[in-house]
Design a protein around this ligand. Structure first.
Ligand code: UD1
Length: 324
């Protein structure tokens, strides 16, 4: 298949490109390099520099003919989306509509969306399955839900096959070390822990110590990015062969606390990794853990790389190498 990864020079996109390349697909990456890195574009991938708001450029690249689009180009900082919603409206919603419209205009039949567990908001029950009500707590989550809904309309009206993949907490790095470009100014837990381990930050701030969880810190479902990437390949195969659309969670189904992550990072790195407690971060639920039953049953997907050890050691290997 000929697959175009939009926003493919970022953390998740690079890992998705590895999976498609490994099975011999033709891979193109369209990216404005605002947060992605050129060095993440692997040999054998055709690179098209462009922004999803530049409709002429999009049209030029779409007219080359593609079997599928994997859409990973979005801003993802939930806190920022509450302070600067327009940035998210324009890039995430308008940009996605531009892509959907190009798919229809150029007869690209398959669309895989990088969606998020943020569409659910505060969980009413755990584990969260796809039947759970959607009620985003932040504007970022709303933008993902809005795109999902546009895709459903375009399925009904224009026959576009789509897969909305609701990621839980993406983590880890490919074991072969193919991806080298680290995220700039990360806000997510594991990269912050790693930056502290290599001395780039003085300490980790632990957001909240009084949650109703086993150790008082927040619990999340960390899923290895290589597992997420294989979910994209399986989802594309499903929608293209069955001519059906689907919305599925991709999570490890395992909840890990902030302290469990921190202690494993200390063990694996042998570094002290200073940490201080600070207040809860607004909008953070105590626990968020996926049910990935649908992805297992419909796609035959299993998260085989998502153990705590595998996530932390693969991440440490990259941080240690990049910063030594
Ligand atoms: C966040 C976003 C989510 C987005 C996801 C991917 C929020 C509320 N949610 O998820 O919408 O899809 O990133 O980018 O922003 N933590 C600390 N100290 C830190 C950083 C995090 O204690 O410096 C804690 C958090 O309170 C949480 C856990 O670590 O309990 C994971 O946080 P994070 O990595 O930011 O992911 P989410 O908040 O789950």
């Amino acid at each position: 298949m000929k697959v175009l990864l939009i926003g493919g020079a970022g953390y998740i996109g690079t890992h998705v490109s590895i999976e498609f390349l490994e099975r011999g697909d033709t891979v193109g990456i369209y990216d404005n390099l605002s947060s992605g890195h050129k060095e993440n574009i692997l040999p054998g991938v055709e690179f098209y520099r462009g922004d999803i708001l530049e409709t002429h450029r999009l049209n030029e690249v779409f007219s080359l003919g593609w079997d599928a689009v994997i859409h990973l180009a979005a801003f993802k900082a939930a806190g920022e989306s509450m302070l600067n919603p327009a940035k998210y409206s324009i890039n995430n919603i308008t940009g996605s509509l531009n892509i959907i419209i190009e798919c229809i205009a150029n007869s690209v039949p398959n669309f895989v969306l990088s969606s998020s567990a943020a569409v659910y908001g505060e969980p009413a029950y755990l584990p969260v399955d796809e039947e759970h009500p959607v009620n985003p707590e932040n504007y970022y989550g709303y933008t993902k839900l809005a795109i999902e809904r546009h895709l459903e309309w375009y399925r009904k009206l224009k026959g576009l096959n789509y897969a909305s993949l609701r990621y839980f907490n993406a983590a880890g790095y490919d074991k072969a070390g193919k991806m080298t470009g680290l995220e700039r100014e990360p806000a997510n837990l594991i990269p912050v822990v790693m930056e502290t381990a290599v001395g780039k930050r003085k300490h980790l701030e632990i957001f909240g110590q009084d949650y109703e969880t086993r150790d008082g810190t927040g619990i999340r479902d960390y899923v290895h990015v290589t597992d997420l990437a294989s979910g994209h390949v399986k989802a594309l195969d499903y929608i293209s062969s069955q001519k059906k659309s689907l919305t599925v969670n991709l999570g490890s189904e395992e909840g890990l606390s902030v302290l469990e992550i921190l202690n494993e990072a200390r063990r694996v790195s042998g570094k002290e990794i200073p940490a201080v407690y600070s207040g809860r971060r607004p909008g953070d639920p105590a626990s968020l853990v996926a049910s990935s039953t649908s992805a297992r049953e419909l796609l035959g997907w299993t998260p085989v790389n998502s153990s705590l050890e595998s996530i932390i050691s693969s991440t440490w290997a990259v941080y240690r190498k990049q910063t030594s």
